[in-house]
Write a protein that binds this ligand. Structure first.
Ligand SMILES: [Zn+2]
Length: 83
């Protein structure tokens, strides 16, 4: 049988649980970061600028054409450079 002193047992216990909790924390943190970056990307993709009044608004429906909430003109999705 393997003989362990109290000090050795405590150190093994501490190392095991600290590594377990740090791994769990890192995983949750990475998931949190990933979720937030995805959410920011989605919001940035939905941002749209009106061509008539230059008002920036969020096209929540994600449709190709959207109405400006200020002047009501129809803007094309992502159409910044076309005529
Ligand atoms: Zn407008």
């Amino acid at each position: 049988m393997i003989s362990l002193t109290v000090g050795q047992f405590c150190s093994i216990f501490l190392i095991f649980f600290l590594s377990l909790f740090s791994i769990l924390w890192l995983r949750s943190y990475c998931k949190f970061k990933y979720f937030h970056t995805q959410q920011n990307k989605d919001i940035l993709r939905l941002f749209q600028k009106c061509k008539v009044c230059n008002f920036e608004y969020i096209n929540r429906e994600g449709t190709i054409f959207s109405h400006c909430p200020i002047c009501g003109s129809i803007n094309k999705k992502g159409g910044e450079d076309d005529n």
